[in-house]
Design a protein. Sequence first.
Length: 152
Amino acid sequence: MRTTVFIRLGVAAAILAGAVSASFVIGRQCSGAAAGAEKIDGFRDTPMLPDGKWHVHDSERPQPRVVTPGAAFSQGVPAPSDADVLFDGKDLSKWQARDGRDAAWKVQDGYLETGRGGGIRTRGKWADFQMHLEFATPAPPKGASQGRGNSG
């Protein structure tokens, strides 16, 4: 009789432990999802991101919003709905030289060319972004290796 009671208690304890573990894992993976929203897998027991309030793979971290994508080839087509257009084919107002002065590259016929004085960088700063980049290569390409144009 005693053995039967211990076996029943053991089985009940195992079932209870399994149920608690499963609910813990499900709650851990789905935390942070709003009612009716897509559930985002994530964890809160991972290291913190530098200078931030979020954990690595944190399900509580804000998710990017869905935007209207741009066309496959965008010449003459509007940019995506959330785009920060850094070069509109007209000026370099959103760019600067490395030392903070205005960028001195040449803008002509809707494109820009590198110039003396080194590289340029954006005036703005972004920590998390999706980049759309377009560039042209000579047609047909002439030269070899880095002499072919747009080498990097």
